[in-house]
Design a protein around this ligand. Structure first.
Ligand code: ATR
Length: 276
């Protein structure tokens, strides 16, 4: 039997066991995926358990996504650029850290808005934290020619734009109206939207009618930003799919089957979110 995990602290509300449990059952795999609460001072000890062969790998969530870096034998280049590890794989007795969030972000849009990256145009990314980094890597990989990072702290946006390799520029949030006219894609990576919070001043009417709006927040599924975009007649994609798709490469690496993100799985997660 192959075992995998998600570690974090706290971890009780993680949806990953539901997601991987669904696929294990669907594909008839003799495996197990469980949530393990690992406090920060026990992370080192946990990696020894991992090296002993108890697990094929697993996911890493808060607060371990950076701390795990120094405990891995190898870090893949995307995880290094993003500055966080969300997936661990035991490969040839080596502990390999990777990050699948950028793949999940792009795969969600591939599924829900096919052709979203065909124009290779201009994007606005709201936020300059850890989540923004994964989205920025994804957009650079997909060939966007101009990517504006807008953040409450403009300096943080400018620093990130200078640090990452790609066509990035950093701005303050209040430059939105000025930049919006030429935008193909708008992505929110800030925590605004969670539990119904909204941006103070984000004039979506300044966006072209063809713009696609997506949010990586999925609680609620339709954030105030997405609701406003919908009202303005713009195309939207919610953030739940990013969670589903970021899990695909890990599952494939651990269990040897590439799982499918289906509407049945999405509905199951929506039901779990409703219950939580
Ligand atoms: P994550 O890893 O989820 O991206 P983070 O690294 O703490 O979390 O980043 C949070 C992002 O949300 C930042 O861009 C933050 O803006 P600042 O850098 O200016 O702090 C943004 N954010 C959080 N709360 C915000 C708010 N009330 N208004 C505007 N931006 C906010």
């Amino acid at each position: 039997m192959k075992n995998a995990f998600v570690i974090g602290h706290p971890i009780a509300h993680s949806l990953s066991p539901v997601l991987h449990g669904f696929w294990l059952k669907k594909y008839g795999i003799d495996g197990f995926y469980k949530a393990i609460d690992v406090p920060p001072d026990e992370l080192n000890q946990f990696t020894s358990r991992l090296r002993s062969g108890e697990f094929v790998g697993g996911n890493v969530t808060l607060p371990h996504k950076q701390a795990i870096f120094d405990l891995c034998d190898e870090i893949d280049p995307d995880a290094r650029a993003i500055g966080a590890v969300n997936t661990l794989i035991m490969r040839d007795e080596k502990l390999v850290g990777s990050n699948t969030d950028h793949l999940g972000f792009a795969a969600n849009l591939d599924q829900m808005a096919p052709g979203w990256d065909e124009k290779k145009g201009t994007a606005i990314v709201l936020g300059a934290g850890g989540a923004a980094r994964a989205v920025l890597v994804a957009l650079a990989v997909r060939g966007f020619t101009q990517i504006h990072i807008l953040n409450r702290s403009a300096q943080k946006a400018r620093d990130l734009a200078n640090e990452l390799p790609g066509p990035f520029s950093g701005h303050a949030l209040n430059e939105f109206a000025e930049l919006a006219g030429a935008i193909h894609l708008l992505v929110n990576t800030t925590s605004i939207g969670m539990h119904g919070t909204s941006f103070d001043n984000l004039p979506l009417s300044a966006l072209p009618k063809s713009a696609l709006i997506t949010d990586i927040v999925y609680t609620p599924l339709i954030t105030p930003l997405l609701a406003d975009a919908q009202k303005a007649g713009l195309r939207i994609v919610d953030g739940l799919g990013m969670l589903l798709h970021q899990a695909v490469p890990g599952f494939e690496a651990w269990f040897g089957t590439r799982p499918e993100v289906t509407s049945e799985l999405r509905d199951l997660l929506i039901e779990k979110l409703r219950q939580s």
